[in-house]
Design a binder for this molecule. Structure first.
Ligand code: TPP
Length: 251
């Protein structure tokens, strides 16, 4: 019988504070497992910014910092470089929402990739600004109903959504860029392998690594947890394909 175990890098007294059926819990658990497996707990600095992802520090038992909205990659750049200047190679990763990474912080995110900063960014794509009540975000899909697009996103008025992992892959300083999902066990295991690979990229040195995670938002999508996963599997993966878009780690 397999015994359920809590990763060492998860705070033992943490209470689940995300909405019912939200995928943040699964994402944070697999990140904690990877931190354990790579023995990084004592050497990690995690940076989250405004949005549901900020709650990372309630769960992950590593050094955490909160950046202003959208600025996680800029803060991570400073943290990584300042420690390196002191001869300490810290493992630095960001944990951000799609509004944070790909809209409010797009400049910081993309220029960190273009500079080839040796940090890892994880972006939770739930296709809306979740924490503030489900406004249209940069990744909201065509026709998606949100509180600020009550008639649905349309190209004439709102333009097109951003394919973040594909865009980050185009940056020359990017070593690794991929998109994963968490709607079933097979995909959770695959996501874990891919996030581990992104973390290992940073450990080997040489550039920016990035993973976009398609994630459910049952509260703002107004769907049950099960139907939210169905939506990701049947709808979102057609728009946002699950792929490794760039991997130059063996070049
Ligand atoms: C400079 C600034 N602008 C706006 C806000 C308000 N705000 C807080 S969380 C949030 C939405 C974050 O959305 P996203 O990054 O997609 O993350 P999610 O909550 O969906 O996980 C906004 C707009 C803020 N905190 N700071």
């Amino acid at each position: 019988m397999q015994v359920y175990s809590i990763p060492k890098s998860i705070k033992k007294d943490s209470k689940f504070t995300f909405c019912k059926g939200c995928d943040h819990g699964v994402a944070i658990k697999i990140i904690a497992e990877i931190i354990d497996e790579l023995n990084l707990k004592e050497n990690t600095i995690a940076i989250s910014s405004s949005g549901c992802s900020v709650l990372l520090y309630n769960f992950l038992d590593v050094d955490c910092l909160e950046a202003p909205h959208g600025r996680a990659c800029a803060v991570a750049t400073g943290v990584k470089r300042a420690h390196r200047a002191k001869g300490q190679d810290k493992f630095v990763f960001t944990y951000q929402g799609d509004g944070d990474f790909a809209s409010i912080g797009l400049g910081e995110s993309m220029h960190s990739a273009l500079r080839g900063e040796n940090i890892t960014a994880i972006c939770i794509n739930n296709t809306n600004y979740g924490m503030t009540g489900g406004q249209m975000g940069p990744t909201s899909t065509m026709g998606q109903l949100t509180t600020t697009s009550p008639l649905g996103r349309n190209k004439e008025y709102h333009g097109f959504p951003i394919k973040t992992a594909e865009q980050i892959a185009l940056c020359e300083g990017t070593q690794f860029s991929a998109r994963v999902a968490l709607y079933d066990v097979k995909n959770i295991l695959k996501a874990k392998k891919i996030i581990k690979k992104a973390f290992e990229c940073q450990l080997k040195g040489g550039g920016f690594s990035f993973v976009e995670i398609l994630s459910s938002c049952p509260t703002n999508w107004k769907l049950s947890p099960q139907d939210s996963h169905k939506k990701i599997e049947e709808e979102l993966t057609k728009i946002y394909p699950l792929e490794i878009f760039k991997d130059t780690t063996n070049d």
